[in-house]
Structure formats: C-alpha cells, structure tokens
Design a protein around this ligand. Structure first.
Ligand code: CUA
Length: 178
C-alpha cells in the first residue's frame, strides 16, 4: 500500500485533531488576552498596593512625626465628615481599642493610614475598607457609616508574633433626632 494514500478514517482523524488544535490555540491566546486586559485595567484604575493618590515620604519615619497622627487622631472636617488618622505599629493601632473612635451614624469618614514599622493590613470588618499600612506612605480610604454598631479594625497582613492581637474599635452611635 502506498503511504501517501490515506484511508478515510485516518483523514477524518487528522481533520478532527486539527480542529482541536485550532480551538485550543484560540483558547490559550484568548486567556492571555484576558489577563493582559485585566492587568491594564487594574493599573489604569489604580488597584496597586500604593494608590497614586497616596502621600509618599522619602523618610519612612516622617508620617509618625506629623501633627495629624498625634492626639486623638480624629478631626471633624464638616457637619458629618471626619478625618481619622491611624498609625499601625507592632502590634496595635493608634487610635486602638483603649480609645475607640466614636462617631454618630451617617458620618462620612476618610481614614489616613500609615505604619511606623512593618507592613500591616488595615481592614474594618463589615465594610469594604481594606488597605495596606506602609511605612513612609499615607494611604487613604473613605467610607460612610450608616448603620450604628461596633466595627473592629483588624490587621490582615501577617506582621509577627502579635499580629492577631492588632485590633482597633469604631463605635457608631445612633443618630439623635433633631
Ligand atoms: Cu499588623 Cu498583622
């Protein structure tokens, strides 16, 4: 039998194999394209560890010396808006559980968060707030607390032996009727 003459079964098999190869080639290229688009989207929409709007200092010790991070760490900026300045250090938040941040429901709060030593994760349970506390960088995130209750700040970035004890507290009190 001449080897150049293929039997019909073999021919069908080769066509099927080619179809599968083309399909999988297309799927692989499509996956690479999707990942590339996702990466560009995340960069454009500022989903980095350090947001473009964060304040960055050459000396990582500078944020700790700023007046905002001394005292209560709470500054009223409008009738229902506040700035809260949170300093992370192993292994506590300032302000932390001993001085809970107490604000009325409806408060629009902008948190300014930094670290005095290593990386920490600033997360407020029950909210969408989650940012990394970085030495020398002041990141910020805003949130409106509509529901009264107790909200806990936790550290979600492993930072050493006392990591799980890094807790802060926010108390949102019921709005008093005018
Ligand atoms: Cu701070 Cu984990």
């Amino acid at each position: 039998m001449n080897s150049t003459v293929q039997d019909p079964f073999e021919e069908r098999f080769h066509h099927a194999a080619q179809r599968h190869e083309r399909a999988w080639l297309f799927i692989s290229v499509a996956m690479i394209a999707v990942l590339f688009i996702a990466a560009v989207y995340l960069v454009v929409h500022d989903y980095g560890v350090v947001a473009k709007t964060a304040r960055i200092y050459v000396d990582p010790d500078t944020p700790a010396t700023l007046a905002d991070f001394q005292g209560s760490g709470i500054k009223q900026t409008g009738p229902e808006s506040y700035n809260v300045y949170e300093m992370a250090r192993i292994w506590s938040w300032t302000p932390g559980t001993s001085t809970p941040i107490t604000l009325p429901a409806g408060s629009h709060v902008t948190f300014y968060v930094t670290s005095g030593d290593v990386l920490h994760g600033f997360e407020i349970q029950g909210t969408s707030i989650n940012l990394t506390a970085i030495p020398g960088v002041i990141g910020h995130v805003s949130y409106t607390f509509d529901k009264p209750g107790t909200y806990y700040i936790i550290c979600n970035e492993y930072c050493g032996a006392g990591h799980q004890a890094m807790i802060g507290k926010i108390i949102i009190t019921a709005r008093t009727k005018a």
